[in-house]
Ligand binder design. Structure first.
Ligand code: NDP
Length: 459
């Protein structure tokens, strides 16, 4: 039998790669992992974690303002951006060391440098070659800007997390997760934000009521959202930039941030040389076991173009390890994945949107509640919460739960468990509310929204 340096060699030490490597080692596999940047990957180093720390930084503005209604003699104090950045960097360094420590403790060999496949059992890192029975590609993705003249001058989320100083104004291109979250963060920190989106609403794919309600709340906060914008080019000026649209409109600003999506990190990986198939968007093509067309090469996380979320990458890594090293074949269930957008206010969502449910289930019932959160009564803040349940009329199963409002991500995580257990609307109704909370609305929604299909038929 052929002998290899390792049982498993993982390329990329982000969420998926680290989770899989540690677990494989815990089942007795000899594991090595290589990383060309910082251990921790997008989520820890330049994504979810630093973004959320900056979001917390911005939220203090609301807290200072709201405090006045509660008797505090508060004025919004000065804000020190370099101080927040330095604190954020210290925390990211701490987490990076924790990740390195976790790999060491698990007995995983960490090799510094970018990995490249040489053949189906060999990876080259920094000029050295390592052999392994199984190879796992977990290299993640990176942001891409519009493929238009001048957009090489636009920053991406990588640079947005490390701006030396805050600009007075910023144009954000795109209306997805990253665009919305950073628009809210920088708006809270005092930057004048204009979002330019090519479609009619933010957050394509989310429930329409939630998308529209979020746009209302963001506009109330002073964020300009320009819809239906067709970009032509970006021009660099002496003291900023000019976004030029196809209609010839010119929009000058200090900084342009392109949040127009991410693509898989598959370049220079040796995929073509070894014959690993890719999809039409450049991702590593895998089956439901995360296996590529080469039967000892697997791949998990954003590089596979499935669902680009940290917990999904971790679940894929775990399923791969259970199957390969624990004699417990496991595929990932991609239904009912809860997700959040850390906007102001935030969104939490799980399951089908109303539009998706109409297509998939046919007859559905919609329950909705819009209200002013109790905290906003004394603070006077003009911001409303929206909650919505999408129910399959025949089975009574809750197919979608959506919320825009404070704590939405924390609330929706729990609803995802109920939905994965197949909870029906009747079971939601039987649950006693936790009072006084916003979350209790999800178990007290009684009135159906009039069915547009039935109303039309009655006319
Ligand atoms: P998204 O795919 O979510 O959004 C991209 C946005 O850019 C869309 O509004 C899209 O418009 C627009 N766009 C794309 N290409 C162009 C173009 N050439 N010109 C103008 N506009 C364009 O990508 P993100 O970068 O925001 O996020 C990437 C992924 O990262 C997300 O899908 C998500 O999986 C993950 N993520 C998750 C977070 C979370 O869980 N909170 C936070 C951040 C990221 P249109 O809709 O019209 O196509």
């Amino acid at each position: 039998m052929a002998s290899y340096d390792y049982d498993l060699f993982t390329i990329g030490a982000g969420s998926g790669g680290v989770a899989a490597s540690r677990r494989a080692a815990s089942h007795g596999a000899r594991v090595a992992i290589c990383e060309g940047s910082k251990v921790g990957g997008t989520c820890v180093i330049r994504g979810c974690v630093p973004k959320k720390l900056l979001m917390y930084g911005g939220q203090f503005r609301d807290a200072f303002e709201d405090a006045v209604g509660y008797g505090w003699d508060a004025t919004v104090p000065d804000f020190d951006w370099p101080k927040l950045l330095a604190a954020k960097d210290r925390e990211i360094d701490r987490l990076n060391h924790i990740y390195i420590g976790m790999l060491e403790k698990a007995g995983v060999t960490l090799i510094e440098g970018f990995g490249r496949l040489v053949d189906r059992h060999t990876v080259e890192v920094a000029g050295r070659r390592y052999t392994a029975r199984t190879i796992l590609i977990a290299t993640g993705g990176h942001p891409v800007g519009p493929n238009l003249p001048g957009f090489e001058h636009a920053i991406s989320s990588n640079e947005a997390l490390d701006l030396k100083r805050l600009p007075s104004g910023m144009v954000i291109i795109g209306g997805g997760y990253i665009a919305v979250e950073f628009a809210c963060i920088f708006n809270a920190l005092g930057v004048d934000i204009t979002m330019m989106i090519r479609s009619g609403d933010l957050l394509n794919g989310f429930d329409d009521d939630i998308r529209q309600a979020l746009a209302v709340e963001m506009r109330k906060r002073g964020i300009t959202i320009r819809t239906g914008v067709r970009l032509d080019r970006l021009e660099k000026l002496d003291d900023g930039y000019c976004v030029v649209t196809r209609d010839g409109e010119r929009f000058e600003t200090e900084l342009v941030f392109a949040a127009t999506g991410r693509v898989p990190n598959t370049r220079n990986l040796g995929l073509e040389e070894v014959g690993v198939e890719q999809d039409d968007r450049g991702g590593v093509k895998v089956d439901s076991w995360s296996r590529t067309n080469i039967d000892n090469i697997y791949s998990v996380g954003d590089v596979t173009n499935r669902v680009a979320l940290t917990p999904v990458a971790i679940a894929e890594g775990r399923a791969f390890v259970e199957t390969m090293y624990n004699d417990n074949p496991m595929e990932v269930d991609y239904s009912n994945i809860p997700t959040a957008v850390f906007s102001s206010p935030p969104i939490g969502t799980v399951g089908l949107s109303e539009a998706q449910a109409r297509q998939i289930c046919g007859e559905i019932d919609i329950y909705k509640s819009g209200f002013r959160p109790m905290k906003n009564t004394l603070s006077g803040r003009d911001e409303r919460t929206l909650m919505k349940l999408v129910v399959d009329r025949r089975s009574d199963r809750v197919m979608g739960a959506h919320m825009l409002g404070p704590d939405a991500p924390e609330i929706v995580q729990g609803l995802a468990i109920a939905m994965n257990c197949g909870a029906t609307k009747r079971q939601f109704d039987r649950t006693i509310g936790l009072h006084p909370s916003a979350a209790e609305e999800f178990v007290t929604l009684r009135d159906k929204v009039p069915d547009p299909v039935r109303s039309q038929a009655a006319e």
